[in-house]
Design a protein around this ligand. Structure first.
Ligand code: AHG
Ligand code: MN
Ligand code: MN
Ligand code: MN
Length: 358
């Protein structure tokens, strides 16, 4: 047993990724990419933790900086976006990335004079640099969400030339469904700094050991409980929800749902924190369709799909009420999607309620 404990607690993210690449030659570029992402997350964790002392709080330009979502950007929204873009670019493994805080996808060739795609830039990254940022000034947990796609080979951009319409479309080729993701994960900035990742073969959780500055494996092979007693929604929107969603939550409240469990409510308003608790404790987290926002609030490309990949890999479900979130092909980068995800049997109850309402 001692060897096992030593084996598990001593496995750092760096070593984990090297072993993954050793066993899966097609993933040999991933250790460098994950080194960039995890280093950026450590830097963001420090920035967020110290923001009250360094004055990195409040809204950028006194609230005058509005992102493509129409949201007032926090100072940290912008700074964390820069940290991630820089870290990803200097891995030299990326051709293009899409971010909540960028109007359109941006090319990140290692050498600015280079073409956007070359043989080394194998990957496309999508990310939400600071999720739950409305909470950040109150010290409530926030996070970073990321997804990694392989980029399309035919998506070559001419030597340093100006982009044709097709090439611009190519640059936009971040518009892929969750089923095309080769990796996704999040970093949660809370009482601990957690780095949770899937490469398509299970979900692995690491915790930052600040004494050695490394993410250490603490949750090998996370599995979400099949049923639960926790639902996690912004209940202020409940009167506007679709009827099947509303009726199911009303049953959970009364203990008259399929599981017979009486549910409690837990909602922190930061997707990363709510999803992390759901993965570990079980539950149903969501931002369903409502009359005001028929596509809900969460963005498909860099919130919905990466988190759905994790949830499904942990044995849970993730639906928009009618189908798998993972199968939805984005039509535009910041497209929103209704999401209900978590414990398999409880989410199935929502799917069945929608099916019956047809
Ligand atoms: P972001 O801070 O990246 O814009 O995301 C905020 C999202 C998500 O983190 C959370 O689940 C949801 O907004 C909360 O929305 P409400 O405040 O409307 O409940
Ligand atoms: Mn935002
Ligand atoms: Mn977000
Ligand atoms: Mn965000």
């Amino acid at each position: 047993v001692f060897d096992e404990v030593c084996e598990t607690t001593g496995v750092t993210l760096t070593r984990f990724m090297i072993e993954v690449a050793f066993l899966n030659p097609e993933m040999q570029e991933l250790p460098a990419l994950f080194s960039g992402i995890s280093t950026a997350c450590k830097a963001i964790s420090d920035m967020v933790k110290r923001s009250q002392l360094t004055g990195l709080v409040g809204y950028a330009d006194g609230g005058g900086s509005i992102n493509v979502q129409g949201e007032e950007q926090k100072t940290l929204d912008i700074m964390t976006n820069d940290v991630l873009k820089r870290a990803l670019r200097f891995t030299g493994k990326l051709g293009v990335l899409a971010s909540e805080e960028e109007d359109t996808p941006v090319g990140v060739p290692l050498n600015p004079k280079d073409v956007v795609f070359d043989e080394t830039s194998k990957y496309t990254a999508v990310f939400d640099p600071l999720d739950g940022s409305s909470n950040v000034d109150a010290g409530i947990p926030t996070g970073t969400i990321f997804g990694i796609f392989e980029h399309d080979d035919e998506c070559e951009i001419a030597e340093g030339g100006s982009m044709t319409e097709d090439e611009l479309l190519c640059l936009q080729n971040t518009l892929k469904p969750g089923t095309d993701l080769i990796a996704s994960g999040y970093c949660l900035y809370s009482s601990s700094c957690f780095f949770v990742v899937t490469l398509g073969a299970g979900v692995y959780g690491f915790t930052l050991d600040e004494n050695i500055g490394e993410f250490v494996l603490t949750h090998p092979n996370i599995k979400v409980p099949e049923t639960s007693k926790i639902y996690s929604f912004n209940e202020a929107n409940m009167p506007q929800w679709d009827v099947p969603m509303r009726e199911t939550v009303e049953k959970w409240r009364l203990g008259t749902g399929a599981s017979g469990n009486s549910f409690t409510s837990r909602y922190i308003g930061s997707m990363v924190g709510d999803v992390h608790r759901t993965l570990l404790y079980g539950g149903v987290f969501g931002y369903p369709s409502d009359k005001k926002n028929v596509n809900g609030k969460l963005r498909l490309l860099y919130e919905g799909a990466p988190m759905s990949f994790l949830m499904e890999q942990a044995g849970g479900l993730s639906t928009d009420g009618r189908g798998r979130v993972m199968e939805i092909v984005p039509k535009e980068v910041h497209q929103r999607v209704p999401i209900i995800m978590g414990s398999k049997k409880d989410v199935q109850e929502v799917i069945d309620a929608y099916a019956k309402s047809k």
